[in-house]
Design a protein around this ligand. Sequence first.
Ligand code: PGA
Length: 286
Amino acid sequence: MWLLEPCGLVWHSDWGIKVYLARACILAGMDASRRPLIGGNWKMHGDGAEAIALARSLRSWDGVAEMVIFPPAVYLSIVADELGDCAVTVGGQDIAQEAQGAFTGQTSADMLLDCGCTWTLVGHSERRHGMGETSAQCDAKVQQALNAGLNVMLCVGETLDERDAGQATKVVRDQVEQSLGGLKSLDPMRLAVAYEPVWAIGTGQTATADDAQTMHCALREMLAGRYDASSATRTRVLYGGSVKPANAAALLACPDIDGALVGGASLNADSFLPIASAAETWKASS
Ligand code: PGA
């Protein structure tokens, strides 16, 4: 019997063979809801005037891809005001795992909503590795965000040592399982996963399109195993790590890469908009 897996593999249960199908196959109706998603993570860059200017330069975006930008927390409101009702939305770079209370320096889900956010990042590698954030904390943050009505972009990814040790898939699997430990059902419209190999973030090194596709396919299988194939097939899995106009089209053309989380290149409309436009290939091939 032939079985279609969400990542585009066709599996024959009697013959024990797996055949990889091209993008066209899984786009044939199954993942029509996977509109490309492009995130711009501004990190701790710029000042208020630059934030407004950058937001203004994105206002006219009306491409195929859904675009969400993640400015520094103190500029969320002014960026959201600048964007108004245009198609670009705003998200937090992080969220507190508690709803409210004596947590100096933290930003709650309600505060993000109040500032006009519709999304939040959870578990970015600079928080996991630079600030010791655990997957258990990410799990609590995912719950806070979703319960409050924010969409979540969960970031996962292995270090170079872990990849060299052949542990990349295991590390990513552990991060997914633990960071979504409390999530009982998967709503593909509310949760996206960003695969960001730590060694590719801000380094200029990018995973090859083949390596990224392999991990994205594995990630979708993990989601299918944990939830169900239909939800996993409709969940957007983004690639992040030194995405630039020069490599975006090749990455976004991969069957299981549904968008990009962009850091450095999102700080300038001249580099960010061409990356978002590269998602037009999705339209062309669907
Ligand atoms: P980069 O950052 O594009 O500068 O590598 C990506 C990210 O941190 O999300």
